[in-house]
Design a protein around this ligand. Structure first.
Ligand code: HEC
Ligand code: HEC
Ligand code: HEC
Ligand code: HEC
Ligand code: HEC
Length: 289
């Protein structure tokens, strides 16, 4: 009789433990690689957000929090005080200059304001026609002209569009830039997608990911020079570097398919054995009754 319970129990434990080990791996991975070093711990209450959304505040004060909530910064734990300074843990002192509160930047201060974290981009921007014109006359685009300030999303080539880029000059200049970025951008996007897929399967991809992020960040900082020739000249360099990463990713996918086939094979053997044990035990029971 016991055997009727033991065999299904073994099968059940086998399946559950495989699932659990995958889940805990994913958790460690997220802890080590997904959380950014900025900001107070997730889940801790920020006095900035609490007060700016309280009922006693006029809608004008609520608006920034609402926009920020859907932003890429919010997803990466970059909160109000990371940009504006101040003390999020102390409601009565939070907007005091003594506690590092910077307030809202004036237009002219915006590149430096964003550049405290996006250093390489600020560097290229300041040296570019855009940056020089903006600093000298306020006429060029600043970071927030193209990205917004609170509802900032992940950047992509889609930002380069006629409506935005033809405000100050013909779209031709912008379009040339878009064409120059095109091939490398496509490769970056494919690699990002494949890294995400591998991660979902619990495959470690630290090294590829680091190499990818470095190239990704460098290339996108390069855009901010708005130097079409420089982007064209470097494109083949980047393509080559990204192809090395792609080859390694393809190798991981091959191993994954192999591993899946192998575990399916093991599982079938296991089921087969269970059936044999079951039949044997049945005939044994029959003999003994
Ligand atoms: C107790 C309520 C309260 C808290 C806490 C609070 N704020 Fe404010 N904040 C306000 C109000 C009210 C205004 C509008 C003041 C005005 O328009 O004169 C404001 C204005 C601001 C401004 C615009 C200032 C300017 O220069 O125009 C910024 C930026 C800001 N808050 C950020 C923060 C940050 C960051 C924190 C947390 C570190 C924070 N606030 C905490 C109530 C609060
Ligand atoms: C990525 C950086 C960044 C973050 C994060 C951020 N802000 Fe701002 N904030 C800015 C910039 C830049 C401005 C300057 C005005 C503009 O260009 O919109 C600004 C302006 C403001 C102003 C003044 C707006 C005005 O119209 O004068 C307030 C109030 C404010 N922010 C509140 C907040 C609150 C509350 C949070 C948290 C939910 C927050 N900000 C998060 C960058 C940021
Ligand atoms: C003329 C418009 C424009 C201006 C001005 C601009 N950006 Fe960008 N930014 C873009 C575009 C377009 C991309 C995406 C480029 C791509 O997909 O290759 C981008 C990409 C980015 C990225 C993503 C980088 C990455 O690693 O993925 C960041 C961060 C960024 N910009 C920050 C800034 C900051 C900070 C400033 C001001 C110093 C700024 N941008 C000024 C248009 C602009
Ligand atoms: C306190 C540091 C900090 C400040 C200040 C800051 N950012 Fe960021 N930003 C981050 C982090 C962290 C990320 C998420 C990691 C990443 O995607 O690179 C990010 C991501 C971004 C992205 C998306 C990058 C991508 O992967 O496509 C853009 C665009 C961006 N920031 C623009 C800005 C602009 C514009 C400002 C100024 C208004 C600004 N940031 C101010 C830290 C900051
Ligand atoms: C707020 C005004 C403004 C906006 C918006 C703007 N630009 Fe510009 N852009 C300028 C100015 C001013 C110059 C000229 C700088 C100079 O003469 O060196 C320039 C120059 C350029 C150049 C350099 C052309 C050359 O001959 O070297 C490129 C490329 C460019 N912009 C791309 C873009 C793209 C892409 C966008 C949209 C994402 C954009 N611009 C949006 C103001 C703007």
């Amino acid at each position: 009789m016991m055997k009727y319970i033991i065999i299904p129990a073994i099968v059940f434990i086998g399946i559950v433990s495989t699932g659990l080990s995958l889940a805990s791996y994913r958790e460690t991975f997220e802890k080590e690689f997904m959380l950014s070093p900025w900001s107070i711990a997730q889940g801790e209450v920020s006095a900035c957000i609490q007060c700016h959304t309280s009922d006693s505040m006029e809608p004008r004060i609520h608006q920034h929090v609402q926009e920020w909530r859907g932003s890429w910064h919010a997803k990466n734990n970059v909160s109000c005080h990371d940009c504006h300074g101040g003390a999020p843990e102390d409601a009565s002192m939070s907007m005091m200059h003594q506690r590092g509160f910077k307030g809202a930047p004036k237009d002219i201060e915006i590149p430096e304001f964003c550049g405290t974290c996006h250093i390489a981009i600020q560097d290229n921007y300041i040296k570019s026609g855009h940056g020089k014109t903006f600093i000298a006359t306020g006429e060029g685009p600043s970071c927030v002209t193209c990205h917004g300030s609170h509802n900032i999303q992940q950047a992509s080539m889609d930002i380069i569009n006629e409506q935005l880029c033809s405000q100050c000059h013909t779209y031709d200049r912008a379009k040339e830039m878009k064409q120059a970025l095109f091939l490398v951008e496509n490769k970056l996007n494919t690699i990002a997608k494949n890294l995400k897929r591998l991660k979902l399967f619990g495959i470690g991809t630290d090294r590829q990911e680091k190499a990818f992020f470095r190239n990704h960040a460098e290339f996108r900082a390069l855009f901010h020079s708005i130097d079409v020739d420089a982007v064209r000249a470097k494109s083949s360099d980047y393509t080559q570097r990204l192809e090395i990463i792609e080859t390694e990713i393809n190798e991981s996918f091959k191993q994954l398919t192999y591993r899946r086939n192998y575990s399916a094979y093991l599982f079938l053997i296991f089921i087969g054995l269970s059936i044999v044990v079951f039949l044997l035990s049945k005939s044994y029971d029959q003999k003994n009754t």
